[in-house]
Structures are given as C-alpha cells and as structure tokens.
Write a protein that binds this ligand. Structure first.
Ligand SMILES: Cc1cc2nc3c(=O)[nH]c(=O)nc-3n(C[C@H](O)[C@H](O)[C@H](O)COP(=O)(O)OP(=O)(O)OC[C@H]3O[C@@H](n4cnc5c(N)ncnc54)[C@H](O)[C@@H]3O)c2cc1C
Length: 289
C-alpha cells in the first residue's frame, strides 16, 4: 500500500523542526530512519497531516565521549554505532545489542533516537538504556528536559515525549573497564524482534560482584529493570546457585501479556532462562582492572 497524503518538511535545524511540529498542533510526525514509521504509514495505521524529516539536520548525528559518558545525536544510525570503535571500547553491551537489531540494511537507516522514541517493548535499545541507567534529552517549545528510562517509557509504543518535542540526544554512562556484559535474546528467526531479551552487565572479579545490571525487552509493555535480581548477585556473588536464584527472581519480577507471538507463561520462562544465560556469559567476559 501507499501512505496517505501528507505535507512534507525538511527543516535545517532542530528549532525549525520544533516550530513545524508546533504549527501542526500534534498532527505532525517526525521522520528519522523510517524503519518503523514508513510501514505504519504504508499500512495507514498512522495518518499524520505532515512529516517533519530530521534527515536534513546534520547536527543531530554524532557520537561523543564526554565526562565519562557517550553522547549520541538522536539521528546517529544504528550501523554507525555498531561499527564505532569508541562504542566498542566504552559500551560493548551497546555494540552487541546493536548487532541484534533487525538486519544490516535496517540498521543502516534506523537511528538510536528513532528506536527509543518508537518504544517497541521488544526493542534492544530501550533495554540497554534501562540497564545502563542512561538518559535522553528532549527539546520542545518550552526548552530541554532530560528523561530517565522510567520517565520516558510509558507503555507499548508510548513515551512521555510531547507531540511538539524532538528527542535530540541519548546519554549512556561508559561501562567500567573490564565490566562483563551480554545481551541474550530469543527470536523465531535471525533479525526478527526478540520475543524476550535480557541486557546484563557485571562489575567484579571471579565470583565477587560489585555491580549487577539487568533489564528486559519483550517481558512487558516497557523495559523492566530487575533490581531485586541484581541485589541477589551483589549480596551473594556470582556462584552458579546465586545466578540461578537471580534468574528465578527475574521471572517473578515480570508480568508480560500474551500475544500472537508468545504466551505470557512462555515469556516468563524465557526471562528466567535468558537471565541465567546472560549472567553466565557476562561473568565469563568480566575482567578485574
Ligand atoms: C524488518 C524489520 C526488523 C526490525 N527488527 C528490529 C529489531 O530486532 N529490534 C529493534 O529494536 N528494532 C527493529 N526494527 C525497527 C528499526 O530498528 C527502527 O530503526 C526503529 O524502531 C525506529 O528507528 P527509526 O530511526 O527508523 O525511526 P522512524 O521509523 O523514523 O520513527 C519511529 C517513531 O519514532 C518517532 N521518532 C523518530 N525519531 C524521533 C526523534 N528524534 N524525536 C521524536 N520522535 C522520533 C517517529 O515519529 C515515529 O513515531 C526492525 C524494523 C524492520 C523493518
């Protein structure tokens, strides 16, 4: 199918983009990589009066290291992130998660800002943002605000971004040198959205764990930080029994819905199995510095 008729605007600056969004009073949509928006338009599931194309705003694509964090312009392509040396060194969990997003042609167009703004519950980036305690910066007619994952993600495909706001930057604290990490997911076919995914990061040595981070994809309407599973590891260490206890706790912490892809019970089961797998692999990659 073809998309419905819409006005098309290609602003040169973010401020121009915000002014256009304001002019359409909530009836305009921002276009980033188009990998989710274009199918929605073609199926006529979305019928905006106008498209405000961010692809012409060159200043929105960058990766910068600053104050112990990596900052990504919202229009940074997933492919750029996948092959970035600084991301591989400072945020290897993000490199690994990026390779799981669809297929390379999709990642060549898809952006980090688009993925977070779209808020698909099965997407990898929201889980990484949650596990690593990142933030996003949104700019609108009333200025800028910084949002933590719990403030950003509200429900399936729903964020707290206003219709006149543009997500402009994503900030992720660099991982500690030697941190162990793994993104484990299960999908029916390579490149499909995950049924469930688990982002894990561990800091420690041997069986000692100073910091554990765990977050889900696909186990509920928003990514879930598995804090009380993390606490088991920080208290009891990384023995096989502690990992198994954390995995069982993870299963208790999620409350997924059933849909055409999987039942709620299967998603809960996957949460336990994938948490265990992610922790074992993260432990194996951990180095003390
Ligand atoms: C076959 C296929 C498989 C895929 N598999 C996966 C997968 O496994 N994992 C995964 O995570 N994704 C997957 N995707 C989705 C893809 O990664 C998209 O890149 C991503 O969901 C949206 O990013 P985008 O830049 O293309 O955004 P767009 O499609 O352009 O926009 C998506 C939504 O976000 C809004 N938006 C975009 N940017 C901003 C911004 N800066 N500020 C405010 N609002 C904004 C748009 O208005 C729109 O509502 C897949 C897509 C396809 C087609």
């Amino acid at each position: 199918m073809k998309p419905p008729v819409f006005d098309y605007h290609a602003p040169a600056t973010v401020d121009e983009g915000i002014a256009l969004l304001a002019r359409y009073g909530g009836e305009a949509k921002v276009l980033a990589g188009g990998q989710s928006l274009m199918p929605l338009l073609n199926f006529r599931l979305s019928r905006p009066a106008a498209i405000v194309d961010l692809n012409t705003i060159a200043s929105l694509a960058y990766v910068r290291e600053e104050d112990g964090a990596l900052r990504f312009g919202a229009m940074t392509r997933q492919r750029t992130i996948e092959f970035s040396d600084v991301v591989r060194r400072r945020l290897p969990l993000l490199t690994e998660a990026t390779a799981l997003v669809g297929h390379l042609p999709i990642r060549t167009r898809g952006t980090i800002g688009g993925s977070l703004a779209h808020a698909d519950p099965s997407a990898e980036y929201p889980a990484v943002l949650t596990a690593l305690e990142g933030t996003v910066v949104a700019r609108g007619p009333r200025g800028e605000r910084t949002l933590r994952p719990a403030d950003l993600f509200q429900s399936y495909l729903t964020t707290s971004l206003g219709p006149e706001e543009i997500l402009v930057e994503v900030r992720l604290p660099a991982m500690a040198a030697g941190a162990g990490f793994a993104f484990e997911e299960f999908s029916r076919r390579h490149g499909d959205f995950a049924i469930v995914g688990i982002a894990a990061m561990l800091v420690g040595d041997g069986e000692r764990c100073r910091v554990a981070r765990l977050a889900t994809a696909g186990a509920g309407p928003v990514p879930i930080r598995l804090r009380s599973a993390e606490e088991i590891l920080e208290r009891d260490g990384l023995s096989e029994s502690a990992i198994e206890a954390a995995a069982r706790r993870a299963e208790e912490l999620v409350d997924p819905d059933s849909d055409i892809h999987a039942s709620a019970a299967y998603r809960r089961h996957l949460t336990r199995v994938l948490t265990g797998r992610a922790l074992r692999r993260a432990k194996a990659t951990m180095r003390e510095h």
